[in-house]
Design a protein around this ligand. Structure first.
Ligand code: ADP
Ligand code: MG
Length: 432
C-alpha cells in the first residue's frame, strides 16, 4: 500500500505542515490512513496525526471527514461532548502523492484493547456504566444537536483518554519528544536544510518548557499488572468519522461493521439515528461480557446475513412479520409469513438467561443489564430509545458496592512514584 495513491511512509522525526508537527511513533492504521503520534511545537503538546492515502477517492473521503469533524468542533467549543476534536488539517506532498492530513487530539487505547486486557472476560459493570455514559453523551450530541449518524460505532472506534500501559503514554511516562531524526535514518542529519534546522531549534525551546513541567508530575506504576484496569478513569471519546453522514444526506446503503449492523440495514429498509443505538447496545454487551453479541458466519445453505438475522431472533424473539418483509432484501431471506427461508429451526435463548447461564452474571445483574439493553435492540428502529432517553435510564446510575469497595482499596494500594508521602496521605483521606 506504500505506493502511488497509497499510504505516505513516515519516519520518526519527519516534519509536517511547515514544521509545526514532528512525527514520534505510529499509533495505528485503518483502511484509508495511518495515524501517528506527533509533537505539536506550537502548543507544546502531543497530537494524533492522521495521514490519508493519496488517491482521489481517499482524498474525497478525507474532505468529507474533515467537514464532519469541523461541524463537531464548531458545535462544542468547550470540548466536553465525548467526541474527538479536530485541531488542524492540511495537505502534505510526498512521493506517493498529496495526502490530506488531520490533526486530532491525542487519545489512548480503544475499548477493544480494554476488552483484550480483561482477557475477554468483560469489565466490571461499574466501569461499563461509566463508559456507556460517555458514549451516550457523544451520540446525543451527534444525533440531536448536529443531525449526524456515526454509522460505524464499535469498541475499536471508541478511545480512552489514556493508554493502559503508562510507558506508552508520553505524558504519563514523562518522555521527552523526539525532535530530530534518530541516527542512521535515511534522510536525516546532514541533508537537513537551514529552514528545517531553524524550525527544530524553535521546537526544542518549546519542549524544554513542557518537560520541566512534566518532571514534577511523576508517573503511576501498577503493583500487579493484572490489576492494571483498576482505577483507570473511565472516560472515552467517539472517533473515526470517515463513514459518518448527516441523516438528511445519506450516501451508503450498506453501513456499519457486520457484528454491529442493525437489522434494517441487513434488510435494506432505510435507516436513521437509531442504527447507532443498535451498535451501542452491541458494544455495551461486549464491554460487559468480553464477547461480541452477534458474530454471524455463513454456513451450508445460508449466508452471513441469514445467520445474522437468525442470531438476532434467537436472542430477541421472532421479528414482527411487517418488519421482516419490509426491506428491499427481505424476499431473499424471508418467506411471506415472515419466517427465514433457509434457517428453519431457531434456538431461543433470552438475553437475561444468556447472561446468567453463559456469563455467570447474578440474577439481579443479568435482569438489570437486560432491561437496559433489550430496548436498544428493538427490531422496530423507531421504538429504540434515543441517546437522550437512554441517558436517563436508571441502570446507568446503579452502583455495585462490592466493586466500588475494591476499586477504592486498589487506588490506595497503587504507588504513585511522583507523590510525596504527604500527598499519599492526603489521597487516602480523600478516598476514606
Ligand atoms: P480509519 O478511518 O482509517 O479507520 P481511524 O480514525 O479509525 O482511521 O484511526 C485508525 C487508528 O488510529 C485507530 O484505530 C486508533 O488506533 C488510532 N487513532 C485514531 N485516532 C486517534 C487519536 N485521536 N488518538 C490516538 N490514536 C488514534
Ligand atoms: Mg477505524
Amino acid at each position: 500500500s506504500y505506493r502511488k495513491g497509497g499510504y505516505h511512509a513516515v519516519r520518526i522525526g519527519d516534519l509536517f505542515n511547515g514544521g509545526r508537527y514532528i512525527a514520534q511513533r505510529k499509533l495505528g492504521w485503518g483502511q484509508f490512513s495511518t495515524v501517528w503520534l506527533a509533537y505539536d511545537t506550537q502548543s507544546s503538546s502531543y497530537v494524533a496525526l492522521k495521514i490519508q492515502k493519496s488517491a482521489a477517492q481517499f482524498a474525497q473521503a478525507a474532505l468529507h471527514e474533515i467537514e464532519v469533524l469541523s461541524a463537531i468542533a464548531d458545535g462544542d467549543p468547550s470540548n466536553s461532548k465525548c467526541v474527538v476534536r479536530l485541531i488542524d488539517h492540511f495537505k502534505h506532498a510526498g512521493p506517493n502523492g498529496q495526502h490530506l492530513c488531520m490533526v486530532l487530539e491525542f487519545l489512548g487505547d480503544s475499548l477493544l484493547k480494554l476488552i483484550k486486557y480483561s482477557r475477554y472476560k468483560g469489565l466490571e459493570l461499574n466501569k461499563v456504566r461509566e463508559i456507556c455514559k460517555c458514549i451516550l453523551t457523544g451520540l446525543d450530541y451527534l444525533h440531536r444537536e448536529l443531525g449526524i449518524i456515526h454509522t460505524d460505532l464499535k469498541p475499536e472506534n471508541i478511545l480512552l483518554f489514556s493508554t493502559i500501559d503508562p510507558s506508552k503514554d508520553p505524558i504519563r511516562s514523562g518522555q521527552t519528544p523526539i525532535l530530530e531524526k534518530p541516527e542512521g535514518s535515511l534522510n536525516g542529519g546532514s541533508t537537513m536544510n537551514i529552514i528545517e534546522k531553524k524550525l527544530k531549534r524553535r521546537a526544542k525551546r518549546a519542549v524544554a518548557n513542557i518537560s520541566s513541567r512534566r518532571a514534577s508530575m511523576g508517573g503511576i506504576e501498577f503493583q500487579k499488572p493484572e490489576r492494571c484496569l483498576d482505577g483507570i478513569d473511565m472516560r472515552c471519546k467517539v472517533v473515526d468519522f470517515g463513514n459518518a453522514c448527516w441523516a438528511s444526506k445519506q450516501f451508503a446503503e450498506e453501513i456499519q461493521t457486520r457484528q454491529y449492523r442493525a437489522p434494517e440495514v441487513v434488510l435494506r429498509a432505510g435507516y436513521s439515528f437509531s442504527v447507532d443505538m443498535w451498535s451501542f447496545g452491541c458494544t455495551a454487551f461486549e464491554l460487559a461480557t468480553g464477547d461480541m453479541l452477534f458474530a454471524p458466519k455463513s454456513g451450508q445453505g445460508f449466508n452471513e446475513d441469514e445467520d445474522h438475522l437468525a442470531l438476532m431472533m434467537e436472542l430477541l424473539g421472532k421479528m414482527p412479520r411487517k418488519i421482516a418483509i419490509g426491506g428491499a432484501r427481505s424476499k431473499d431471506y424471508f418467506d411471506r409469513h415472515g419466517d427465514l427461508k433457509r434457517i428453519r429451526r431457531l434456538k431461543f435463548w433470552s438475553l437475561d438467561r444468556l447472561l446468567v447461564d453463559k456469563y455467570k452474571f447474578s440474577e439481579t445483574d443479568a435482569r438489570e443489564l437486560a432491561e437496559f439493553l433489550v430496548p436498544l435492540l428493538d427490531f422496530a428502529p423507531e421504538k429504540r430509545p434515543t441517546a437522550e432517553q437512554c441517558l436517563q435510564h436508571p441502570w446507568l446510575n446503579l452502583r455495585n458496592a462490592a466493586q466500588d469497595e475494591r476499586e477504592n482499596k486498589s487506588n490506595v494500594e497503587k504507588v504513585d512514584v511522583g507523590m510525596s508521602k504527604l500527598q499519599i496521605k492526603k489521597s487516602v483521606l480523600v478516598i476514606n
